[in-house]
Write a protein that binds this ligand. Structure first.
Ligand SMILES: Nc1ncnc2c1ncn2[C@@H]1O[C@H](COP(=O)(O)OP(=O)(O)OP(=O)(O)O)[C@@H](O)[C@H]1O
Ligand SMILES: [Mg+2]
Length: 405
């Protein structure tokens, strides 16, 4: 049995050739985010440079103790399924334990080989096993076998060892990528559910406000109106009394208007009855004009309009942008435009206010800028996207894009 020692000297031509093979295997697996693809492509590319060789890649199970084949070429399914090893068991198990590659001229003669009946059944003779390693951890082994003895030389083992290191790194990245993807999927699921829950909750609060609070307030305003009329009829002319009554009546009407506005914000009925454009126009005008902010619009007729779930996301996005203008911008003028550009719709809200440094925001502390983040996520959930253009002193423009296919 031969172990790998790194101080091997090799003629330049051979070394160049091996480096070429190594870089080709490495290029083939680089950028593959899927673990199975990394293993299959890595093994196929490796075996492509070795005539008449079978092989496979065994990965360590998550618990770090069991080793089994994840991909095999030229080996029977029975062999690949039954050849399960503990770390330290058999030749491949030793490689996984020590991280040292192994080469044997005839594995069927090796007393240390595990499952000799499987090896006989498969007719394996010459055998090389190299570790797959990444960040000092062993992730598995790659085995190559020939059905004739004395097939491999030390050079093969050196080359396979280097390939093993490359594959180890690729396997590690693919696993991290898969983990990241799983977390992202989980995140999307939660985000989607939260948004649905938020809409349902808004609907419920709007309904309660409309059916109860608003009714009571309307009743109160009416009663105060009646009181005023009774005063007039009975000629009660106490000025102070009359003034308080007028104020109470005005307050009741004002609160009622405020509640109606809250209801509209929570449940934009115009959106379902008239569509996106009137709903946006109404929202922008009713929120910005009373603050002395000028508004202008440039709306193109978009046919067919986006589906309802996208419209509600786009409307909520405008609400977020308007909220920020009120809270942060100190703007004098706001322009809202909606245009079709090719196959996409662009909704733009531009203010001429104080602006801000977008880069600082993105690098900012956690929790900062959640409003903009939620606006972006909501759009992404319906396949849209958004961008912020802003600079201190030069206003802010937020642009939402939505595909119209
Ligand atoms: N139109 C704007 N003009 C000036 N600054 C803005 C504008 N929009 C956003 N900003 C800046 O970007 C920051 C992040 O905005 P974001 O909406 O994410 O959070 P927020 O408004 O501070 O809090 P939240 O929306 O969660 O209540 C703001 O704190 C503000 O500094
Ligand atoms: Mg905000």
């Amino acid at each position: 049995m031969t172990h790998f020692t790194p101080d091997e000297s090799m003629p330049t031509e051979e070394r160049r050739n091996d480096l070429l093979i190594l870089s080709r295997v490495s290029a083939a697996v680089s950028g593959l985010g899927d673990l199975d693809a990394v293993l299959k492509v890595g093994l196929d590319k490796t075996l492509e440079y070795m005539d008449g060789i079978q092989g496979g890649i065994m990965l360590l199970h998550e618990n770090g103790r069991a080793l089994k084949y994840r991909v095999a070429r030229g080996l029977s399914t029975e062999y690949a399924e039954q050849m399960r090893l503990e770390v330290g068991e058999g030749l491949a198990g030793k490689v996984a334990q020590t991280g040292r590659a192994v080469l044997v001229d005839d594995i069927s003669e090796e007393p240390g080989a595990a499952r000799p009946h499987l090896i006989d059944m498969e007719g394996l003779r010459a055998f090389v096993s190299v570790p797959l390693r990444s960040r000092e951890r062993i992730l598995g082994v790659m085995n190559c076998a020939s059905r004739v003895p004395h097939h491999f030389v030390r050079r093969d083992m050196l080359l396979l060892h280097s390939i093993g290191d490359q594959l180890g790194t690729a396997v590690d990245s693919a696993r991290m990528y898969e983990k990241l993807n799983r977390s992202r999927r989980r995140y999307w699921r939660i985000a989607r559910r939260l948004i649905v829950a938020q809409e349902e909750e808004r609907e419920r609060i709007a309904r309660d406000l409309h059916d109860e609070t608003s009714q009571v307030l309307t009743g109160l305003a009416l009663k105060l109106q009646v009181l005023k009329e009774m005063c007039d009829l009975q000629n009660i002319c106490d000025d102070r009394f009359r003034q308080v009554l007028d104020e109470a009546h005005a307050s009741a009407k004002q609160i009622n208007r405020e509640v109606s506005r809250v209801i509209t914000d929570l449940r934009p009925t115009l959106l379902s009855t008239m569509g996106l454009v009137p709903a946006i126009r109404e929202h922008v005008e009713s929120h910005l004009k009373p603050l002395g902010i000028e508004v202008s619009f440039d709306f193109q007729d978009i046919k067919p309009p986006p589906p309802p779930e996208a419209e509600i996301s786009l409307f909520r996005w405008v609400q977020g942008a308007v909220g920020n203008i009120i809270k942060h911008s100190n703007a004098g003028h706001v322009r809202v435009s909606l245009r079709r550009t090719g196959d996409e719709m662009r909704l733009k809200v531009a203010d001429d206010g104080r602006g801000f440094d977008v880069d600082l925001l993105q690098e900012g502390e956690e929790g900062q800028g959640t409003g903009l983040l939620i606006m972006k996520e909501r759009l992404e959930l319906v396949d849209g996207s958004c961008r912020i253009d802003s600079e201190p002193g030069r206003g802010t423009t937020v642009i939402a894009r939505f595909p119209l296919k």
